[in-house]
Design a binder for this molecule. Structure first.
Ligand SMILES: Cc1cc2nc3c(=O)[nH]c(=O)nc-3n(C[C@H](O)[C@H](O)[C@H](O)COP(=O)(O)O)c2cc1C
Ligand code: SF4
Length: 414
C-alpha cells in the first residue's frame, strides 16, 4: 500500500515556496484551468467531494459558497483565515509558509465560484515567515503571464494581504471582518451571518487556509478522487497537529479518519520513553478530551463526535500519566480568560471565575461548593456569548469533569 503520509497539501510538489515556475511545472494551475473552463461546475464538484471547513467547524464548504454565489451584483469578499493562534494548532502556518501558491490558487477558485472580487489573505503577524512567503508568492502571481491570461479572460480580482492584530479572538470570523474594515477585532454576534452581511455589509466568505488549500486539487483530480482519500465515509486528507508527550511531534497529513492510535504510535513515534498515555486533548484546548478507551477512534468530524468529543482543528495534544488534568485545564482557562475580548459579561466574568475555581481546586484549596459551581457554570454559560470562544472554554472543562471527575474530587480540600 502507498504511504498515506503527506500525499497532497504537504506533498513535495506543493511545498515549493513562492517559486511560481516550479508550481506551474508541477500540478500548479491545473485546478484553476479546469475551474475557468466551467465556473458553474465548481460548487457541485466541491459538494460532491464532501469538502468540509477545516478551521474547526467541519461545516460543508459548498453551503457557504452557494449562499454567496446566489447573491448577485454585490461587491463580495473572501477572507482566507490564517490567524491561527490556539495553543496546539500549527498547521496553517506550514501551508502559508511552504505552499503559498496552493493557498492563492485555492482562494482564486473559490472567488471564481462565488463571483467574489476581493480576496484578503488574513495572517497572524507573529507568523513572520508566512507573511513574507505569501507576499513574495502573490507578487509573482500578479506579475506572471499565467495571471495575465486569467485577467484577460475577465477574472478581475483584487488581492490583498492583511496582518491581523495577532490576538486569538481575531481569528473568529466576524472579528476578522471587523479587522478588514480597519477596526479592533471584536466579534459581531451570530446574526447576520457573514455570508449575508460581512465586510462593509457585503456577502463575505470566510474560509480557513487548509480548507482553501484543498480546492485546486479537487478541481484538478475530481470529486471521487478526493472522496477516496479519506477512510470510511470521510473525504480527503487532514493535517493533524500532534504535540505533547510523543517522540515525534509535528504536522501529519493523513487520510481524514486515520485512527488516533495510528497517529500517535505509527507516525508520532509513540510516547516519550518511560511515559504512558493518560489523555489526549482532541481538537486542542477549546474542545474535548479522549482517554485510552478512545484511541481507536477514527479522526474525522463524525466519528469523533460519536465519542462525545470533537475534531476541531485536528490538534491532538497528548498528555502522559502524572500530568494533572485539573492543572492543565486551569492553564487553558487562563488562556481563554485572557483571550476573551470583554464584550459579553458572561464570557469575561465566566472565564475569569472558572479560572479562579480551577486554580483553587488544583492547589488543594477548593471546596465541594467550588466544584459544584464549576459544574453549574458548564451548564449555564454556553450560548450566552456573542461568539464561540465561551463554548470552547466550557467544553474542555465539561469534558474533563466527565472523564476525570475523581481527579477533581481528590484535589478538594479535606
Ligand atoms: C475564538 C475563535 C478563534 C478562531 N480562530 C480561527 C483561526 O485562527 N483560523 C480559522 O480558520 N478559524 C478560526 N476560527 C473559526 C472561524 O470563526 C471560522 O469558523 C472559520 O475561519 C471558517 O473557516 P472554515 O469554514 O474553512 O473552517 C475561530 C473561532 C473562534 C470562536
Ligand atoms: S463570547 Fe467572549 S470572546 Fe466572544 S464576543 Fe463575547 S466576550 Fe468576546
Amino acid at each position: 500500500m502507498d504511504d498515506p503520509l503527506n500525499q497532497v497539501l504537504l506533498n513535495q510538489q506543493s511545498r515549493i515556496g513562492s517559486d511560481l515556475s516550479l508550481w506551474l511545472e508541477g500540478w500548479g494551475g491545473d485546478g484553476l484551468n479546469v475551474a475557468m473552463s466551467d465556473p458553474a461546475a465548481i460548487i457541485p464538484v466541491i459538494k460532491e467531494a464532501g469538502l468540509l471547513g477545516l478551521g474547526g467547524s467541519g461545516f460543508p464548504v459548498y453551503k457557504k459558497w452557494q449562499a454567496i454565489a446566489e447573491q448577485k451584483g454585490s461587491d463580495k469578499y473572501l477572507i482566507c483565515n490564517g490567524n491561527e493562534d490556539e495553543p496546539g494548532t500549527f498547521k496553517d502556518r506550514l501551508l502559508l509558509e511552504e505552499t503559498p501558491l496552493q493557498v492563492i490558487e485555492g482562494a482564486t477558485i473559490a472567488a471564481l465560484a462565488c463571483d467574489i472580487k476581493h480576496i484578503i489573505f488574513y495572517i497572524n503577524p507573529n507568523l513572520k515567515a508566512c507573511l513574507k512567503s505569501m507576499e513574495s508568492a502573490l507578487e509573482r502571481w500578479l506579475q506572471s503571464g499565467f495571471y495575465k491570461g486569467i485577467y484577460e479572460s475577465g477574472l478581475l480580482l483584487n488581492y490583498k494581504i492583511l496582518a491581523s492584530s495577532g490576538h486569538y479572538i481575531a481569528g473568529e470570523e466576524t472579528a476578522a471582518i471587523e479587522a478588514v474594515e480597519g477596526n479592533f477585532p471584536f466579534p459581531r454576534g451570530k446574526v447576520p451571518r457573514p455570508t449575508e452581511s460581512g465586510v462593509h455589509g457585503n456577502p463575505t466568505l470566510v474560509n480557513n487556509v487548509e480548507t482553501l488549500s484543498n480546492v485546486s486539487h479537487i478541481l484538478r483530480k475530481g470529486a471521487k478522487w478526493y472522496q477516496n482519500l479519506g477512510i470510511g465515509n470521510a473525504s480527503g486528507t487532514k493535517l493533524y497537529s500532534l504535540s505533547g508527550d510523543v517522540l515525534s511531534p509535528g504536522v501529519y497529513e493523513l487520510p481524514m479518519g486515520t485512527p488516533l492510535s495510528e497517529l500517535i504510535y505509527n507516525y508520532g513515534g509513540g510516547m516519550l520513553v518511560g511515559k504512558e498515555l493518560k489523555a489526549v486533548f482532541a481538537g486542542g484546548p477549546s474542545n474535548t478530551i479522549l482517554t485510552e478507551q478512545g484511541l481507536d477512534v477514527n479522526l474525522d468530524f463524525e466519528s469523533v463526535k460519536v465519542r462525545r468529543a470533537a475534531l476541531g482543528t485536528g490538534a491532538m495534544i497528548v498528555v502522559s500519566r502524572g500530568t494533572g488534568i485539573v492543572k492543565r485545564v486551569a492553564q487553558y482557562m487562563d488562556f481563554f480568560a485572557d483571550a476573551s475580548c470583554g464584550q459579553c459579561p458572561s464570557c469575561k466574568t465566566g472565564t475569569y471565575y472558572m479560572s479562579q475555581l480551577l486554580n483553587k481546586i488544583d492547589t488543594g484549596k477548593g471546596s465541594k461548593a467550588d466544584l459544584d459551581n464549576l459544574v453549574d457554570l458548564c451548564r449555564i454559560l454556553p450560548g450566552s456569548g456573542r461568539c464561540h470562544l465561551l463554548e470552547g472554554a466550557v467544553k474542555v472543562v465539561d469534558s474533563s469533569l466527565y472523564h476525570f471527575l475523581s481527579e477533581y474530587e481528590k484535589a478538594l480540600q479535606e
